[in-house]
Ligand binder design. Structure first.
Ligand code: SAM
Ligand code: DTB
Ligand code: SF4
Length: 318
């Protein structure tokens, strides 16, 4: 029987999927995956921090928040120049990436010369035949429309966690602010990339709630990044223990089952997984990874090791 695309998930259903016996979960997730996606393929997306540090938001996990700067020692850097960004995009393309994501440590987009520059970066990446994606914090409808006109393919803005746990993680922007930003992105005709982080001390119910909210949006996000917390020294979460990789496998599989058509992105935290755990995530339904030695400010997996893993698993880059 064909799997239905649903938008009426309950927390209980999501939790039940998340906690089912692992083999049943993997079997179901792989079945959905094969029904909706080309077999044996993975997308490679590269990330670049185009404006690093001194972010006014107080996200407890984030090394770029100005609130933790004294302890992390993270310095503010100015917004990069368009040519320098395009040079990095070319390197990523030559290395095999098809999507290029640019991140700015901003609370929100402000109209002016800096936003004009980001618009030029988007146009430049588009002209290179790569999918441009940006993550710039909150934005309004006019700004989203302008990015769409420039050729922006995707906008990343994460819900991060459940609305209940969210209040313990961020105080400077509300959950509703995030949902409003996602609305503007959707209305502009840009694809939505929105997911979250596990390993911040949340419960399975919080994880289920986040997936429930994403899966009950009118249109599922085209991309859902699942990050495992990278504990960074000097942040309030710097001392948290890394999660068991199987929790990441379960989260990926549950996202895959609840949002069958979505690209599930195995995102931050991949560096602490061994090859086999990563392959289990791919089997559970992840079909995109961040590729390139750096995420935004922290290390990512070695590119040669990634190529080897892709070859070992018999995957094609799509
Ligand atoms: N400032 C913008 C925003 O918050 O939307 C864009 C950049 S922000 C760094 C993008 C996402 O990276 C966050 O929403 C969070 O999910 C993820 N992230 C940041 N620090 C992380 C960490 N230490 N471990 C895992 N994920 C992290
Ligand atoms: C997402 O969900 N993960 C990426 C991307 N979207 C922008 C960012 C991960 C950042 C990890 C911490 C860092 O490198 O600064
Ligand atoms: Fe700023 Fe984004 Fe980091 Fe939050 S996650 S502190 S908004 S850069």
């Amino acid at each position: 029987m064909a799997t239905l695309i649903r938008h009426d998930w309950t927390t209980e259903e999501a939790l039940e999927i998340l906690e089912m016996p692992l083999m049943d979960l993997l079997y179901q997730a792989q079945g959905v995956h094969r029904e909706f996606h080309e077999d044996n393929t993975v997308q490679l997306a590269s990330l670049l921090s185009i404006k690093t540090g001194a972010c006014p938001e107080d996200c407890k996990y984030c090394p770029q928040s100005a609130h933790h700067a004294k302890k992390t020692g993270m310095k503010k850097e100015p917004l990069m120049q368009v040519d320098d960004v395009l040079e990095k995009a070319k390197v990523a393309k030559d290395a095999g990436a098809t999507r290029f994501c640019m991140g700015a440590a901003w609370k929100q987009v402000r109209d002016g010369e800096e936003f004009d520059r980001v618009v030029d970066m988007v146009k430049g990446v588009c002209d290179m035949d790569m999918e441009p994606c940006v993550t710039l914090g909150m934005l309004n409808q006019e700004q989203a429309d302008r990015l769409a006109d420039a050729g922006l393919k995707a906008y990343n803005h994460n819900l991060d966690t459940s609305p209940e746990f969210y209040k313990k993680i961020i105080s400077t922007r509300t959950y509703q602010d995030r949902l409003d930003t996602l609305d503007c992105v959707r209305n502009a005709g840009i694809t939505v990339c929105s997911g979250g982080i596990i390993g911040m001390g949340e419960t399975n119910k919080d994880r289920a709630r986040m997936l429930e909210i994403l899966a009950n949006l009118e249109v599922h996000p085209e991309s859902v990044p699942i990050n495992a917390l990278v504990p960074v020294e000097g942040t309030p979460m710097g001392d948290l223990e890394k999660i068991d990789p199987m929790e990441l496998v379960r989260m990926v599989a549950t996202a895959r089952i609840m949002m069958p058509e979505t690209r599930v992105r195995l995102s931050a935290g991949r560096e602490s997984l061994n090859r086999e755990a990563q392959i289990l995530c791919l089997m559970a339904g992840a079909n995109s990874i961040f590729y390139g030695e750096k995420l935004l400010t922290t290390a990512n997996n070695d590119t040669l090791a990634d190529k080897q893993m892709i070859a070992d698993a018999g995957l094609k880059v799509a």
